[in-house]
Write a protein that binds this ligand. Sequence first.
Ligand code: PMP
Ligand code: GLU
Length: 414
Amino acid sequence: MAFVKVAKSGTLSLNEKSSALAAAGRRVYRFGFGESPFPPPRRVHEALRHAAHRTDYTAVAGMPELREKVAAFHHEVDGYPIQPNQVLIAPGSKPLLHNIMRAFQPAEVTIPGPSWVSYAPQARLAGHKTVGIPTSFDGRWRVAPEDLEHVMLRHRGADCHKLMVLNYPGNPDGLTYSTEELEALTAVLRRHGVWVIADEIYGLLDHRGQHVSLARLYPERTLVTTGLSKWCGAGGWRLGALILPPDAPTALRDALIGLGSETYSCAPAPIQVAALAAYELDAELHGFLAAQRRILRAIGSAVHRALLKAGICVHAPQGGFYLLLDFSPFSDRLVERGIRSDSQLCDRLLAETGVALLPGGAFGMPALSFTARLAYVDFDGDAALRDVDRIEANVTEHAAKMLEGLAALREWLC
Ligand code: PMP
Ligand code: GLU
């Protein structure tokens, strides 16, 4: 007899550890947890307040009017037709990702490295074999079509679903794919009949507002996951959405509804009502999205510059709020100090400087590669929104705490 082996997710563990250190009076630079710093728009708050009396369970798939709103919203922003019956609502996209993995049986799940922390554990919990696709710093951590082809040629065969996760703008890398890159990947995906979970939760936070949904190019087998956690700054409210392909098999949809009904039942009714206000794509919301992008672009590039100054290898961010740091130029010095892995690096850094980073190993990177993820979210998002028109001029003020942390990191590395 035994118990299922599953560790607490690295993101949530580090968040709890950072909170405990901060509560104990330590100055912690919270680069570890990817939580939006921006508050949801006031009208969304108001809608939630007014819906507090809603104690009912909604349909498992979500409130019909919300599914309609989400379909219309993504039709407009992503430019491809979506019917409300393609949309499923859940308490966060994480349970949707989990249930999608469980719905495909049997499946081999292709997960590019690096990728977000929860895909591989979820695939394993669903009983699937996972297959990596290595990427490189020089290749901007992008999946190359020829590597995808190679993985698909070695796939188990016709009796097993081919499932792949593609997340962009990416966590942990902050990078995205161009339309040409997506087209090249799509040709391979189509040839091999691959089902893709396109995790586009950071799509609306593409810093240039130029996100291209995979569903536009590969509508027949793309399952898009998204939700309120990132662009609406409401991670803890727990509202996620899935957009199924227009001709998704009925059995797949039924499996997802069945799994939802046996696990979370539905997303909380008051949160769904608040989401109705969030998914209202009017001038105010366009302004809110544009402001977040402008702030993240300004802060992301200030943080990126500070990291380059410290001698760390890192690409300029394109979306979301993450950077994947490569400390390999410091390998020899780190080893001399008794640091031999990415997790030792992050542990020592947190203990000795208060800088919290998440080791690359949590994202499927080799432990000996000295990589770590930085989330540039330790700033007052409300103050930044109020100052958005001057954000570039005032960026060092808004990012002051993070820049202080990066100065400590630089000194520690010297
Ligand atoms: N995908 C990615 C890439 C994420 O960073 C996160 C973390 N919020 C999630 C999915 C899960 O998001 P949620 O469950 O809050 O919708
Ligand atoms: N997505 C966030 C991160 O990568 C944390 C939320 C979570 O893991 O559920 O830090």
